[in-house]
Write a protein that binds this ligand. Structure first.
Ligand SMILES: *[C@@H]1O[C@H](CO)[C@@H](O)[C@H](O)[C@H]1NC(C)=O
Ligand SMILES: *[C@@H]1O[C@H](CO)[C@@H](O)[C@H](O)[C@H]1NC(C)=O
Ligand SMILES: *[C@@H]1O[C@H](CO)[C@@H](O)[C@H](O)[C@H]1NC(C)=O
Ligand SMILES: *[C@@H]1O[C@H](CO)[C@@H](O)[C@H](O)[C@H]1NC(C)=O
Ligand SMILES: *[C@@H]1O[C@H](CO)[C@@H](O)[C@H](O)[C@H]1NC(C)=O
Length: 257
């Protein structure tokens, strides 16, 4: 789209305020972040969450960075109303952390409405400040990724989609999250008809890659990671890509993962 790479918030924060170019946008995302606050998702500290910088904290950062522009609320609304706000993808780690910590799927399934509520609350807050165009991506087909294929390795053959090799029930879980999200977005749209809320259908876009990989240039086995520490799917939690024990394949562009 010809837009510049968007700089991360913690880097922009270190730039002299007068030198910041907020018009290029700021990236408030944090790798591993959850939609729910850590205290809420993991009160007992069982899940080994990747980071405490939840969506609520990211929204607070966003508001803090806008504050010089929000001296008069009309300035602030002008900036926000002419901006594209990319709200996510977020929420996947709220399921990844507990599932990889060994939590049961039945329990993790009950988190979905809370995750959607946390996303809705962030969206509503930004709308109150004047946001008028938001892109909200859903979750991707997590049943296709080597990490989950490894976690549930040895499942019954009937649990895998014969065409893609993905775990069907896990993809259905992404679909469930996405259905609740889409319902919530419709509710927000009807309360704020002047706001443009775009659902990002990452799920179906990515599923196409697994369904006809050659058409998109992916000639390596789609269930195996290019970079990893060995095993059936070349995914090893003890030797993640980039750390000792892992190595990369010759031509990364030919692998989806
Ligand atoms: C920011 O940069 C301007 C212009 O170079 C300078 O006058 C000002 O003192 C700097 N402010 C801080 C907080 O460093
Ligand atoms: C999250 O917060 C808790 C409590 O303040 C702290 O003990 C822990 O180290 C933090 N974890 C991360 C990954 O920041
Ligand atoms: C907003 O107010 C602060 C403090 O009163 C001031 O330093 C800043 O220059 C103002 N920003 C704008 C865009 O007017
Ligand atoms: C995973 O990585 C660890 C640490 O490098 C290694 O000891 C182990 O053999 C690996 N497991 C597999 C299945 O390759
Ligand atoms: C891809 O790799 C997986 C795991 O090794 C294997 O089960 C599957 O049969 C392979 N698929 C193809 C099309 O070779």
């Amino acid at each position: 789209m010809g837009l510049p790479l968007i700089r991360p918030y913690l880097e922009v924060l270190n730039v002299n305020e007068t030198m910041r170019n907020l018009e290029e946008g700021v990236n408030f995302a944090v790798v591993g972040a959850t939609a729910l606050d850590t205290d809420f998702l993991d009160p007992m500290g069982r899940y080994d969450v990747f980071t405490n910088f939840s969506l609520r904290i990211q929204v607070d950062w966003f508001k803090g960075m806008l504050s010089p522009l929000c001296n008069t609320s009309s300035d602030c609304r002008n900036v926000l109303s002419s901006s594209l706000i990319v709200m996510g993808p977020i929420g996947g780690n709220d399921y990844n952390c507990p599932l990889f910590a060994g939590e049961s799927f039945e329990i993790v399934e009950t988190y979905v409405p809370f995750v959607i509520e946390a996303m809705a609350s962030a969206i509503n807050e930004l709308i109150q400040h004047g946001a008028s165009t938001l892109l909200v991506p859903g979750n991707f087909p997590i049943g296709c990724i080597p990490a989950y294929l490894t976690l549930y390795e040895g499942s019954y053959e009937s649990e895998y989609d014969p065409l893609t090799g993905c775990l069907t029930w896990l993809n259905k879980f992404s679909e469930y999250h996405n259905e609740l999200l889409k319902t919530k977005l419709s509710q927000i749209r009807s309360l704020h008809p002047h706001v443009n809320i775009i659902y990002g259908d990452v799920y179906n876009a990515e599923l196409q890659l697994y369904q006809s990989p050659e058409q998109f240039g992916f000639t390596e086995n789609t269930s195996r990671a290019c970079c990893g520490g060995g095993g059936t799917y070349n995914y090893n939690l003890s030797a993640p890509c980039g750390l000792p024990g892992a190595s990369a394949c010759a031509n990364p562009a030919k692998s989806i993962n």
